[in-house]
Design a binder for this molecule. Structure first.
Ligand SMILES: [Zn+2]
Length: 272
């Protein structure tokens, strides 16, 4: 029995060793291979619904197709959870004629007509691939990102991993930066809109709002940026000018009032 203990500590609880739980034989089927035989990683999609579970995928392979176990080594769900399902020391069934030399990673979903995997899914795939390529001395013949291929690039007549593969292959290689733990996006929209109203006296333009909502700045930092902006300085200058005119106008009005009073007095005394 093969039992290769592969872990990905940086994924925390988004990595689950599911070899024991999943339907079928994860430790012997299809056959045990030396790790040094592995020269490539094949990326797949399920071509099915987003909510398909690893257990359902394995159930299809075992109960419908009659295989001894699940066809892949890893399954990654849209939320970025990675399930280790088929022992790396075994060949599975995912690339015709190349099962002995490849590792199969399957992303749940159907990536056709421009639909791509979720960012969390791609980010997790990147982390798993990095660990296999660069941090697994037991896999000496996996050397770099050139060893990653979409299923259809490995000589099989298939659309897998979908016709949008070219769009997300590069993302998978580069990795998606972890988004900052931005509190609640709706709450940020409300607070930033309020800042615009108080500081600029207007509602935010869509572009400005979007970039601040998605930024790593805290609300206090955004307040500082807005108050130090050219737009805000211009508003203050304009306010100063208004104030000056207002003072002059007030003064003029007072003079006029006195003059009117004088005229009244004169005309009254004249009519007496
Ligand atoms: Zn495939």
């Amino acid at each position: 029995m093969a039992n290769y203990n592969f872990t990905v500590p940086s994924l925390g609880n988004k990595y689950i060793d599911f070899r024991t739980e999943i339907i079928g034989d994860s430790y012997n089927w299809s056959w045990i291979r030396p790790m040094s035989q592995v020269t490539s990683i094949a990326i797949h999609h399920t071509a099915g619904p987003d909510n398909q579970t690893p257990q359902q995928i394995a159930g299809y392979h075992v109960n419908t197709l009659g295989w001894g176990g699940v066809g892949y080594h890893f399954i990654i769900t849209p939320d970025g959870t990675v399930y280790y399902v088929g022992d790396l020391n075994t060949a599975r069934a995912h690339v015709k004629d190349r099962n002995e030399s490849s590792i199969g990673i399957c992303l749940v979903g159907s990536f056709m007509n421009g639909k791509t995997p979720k960012d969390a899914q791609i980010a997790s795939a990147h982390v798993v691939c990095s660990r296999l390529l660069f941090e697994s001395p037991e896999l000496p013949n996996l050397n770099g990102w050139e060893d990653i291929s979409g299923h259809k690039e490995l000589g099989n007549a298939t659309a897998c991993p979908g016709d949008s593969w070219a769009q997300w292959k590069q993302k998978l290689i580069i990795g998606i930066p972890q988004t900052p733990p931005v509190a609640d996006e709706g709450q940020r929209i409300i607070e930033i809109t309020k800042l615009y109203q108080v500081i600029f006296g207007r509602t935010p333009d869509q572009e400005g709002l979007n970039s601040y909502v998605k930024s790593r700045y805290t609300i206090d930092e955004i307040r500082k940026i807005l108050t130090e902006s050219i737009e805000h300085r211009q508003i203050l200058e304009r306010a100063q000018t208004y104030k000056k005119f207002f003072a002059l106008a007030t003064e003029a009005r007072d003079h006029l009032a006195i003059a009117v009073q004088k005229v009244d007095e004169i005309s009254q005394s004249a009519s007496l």
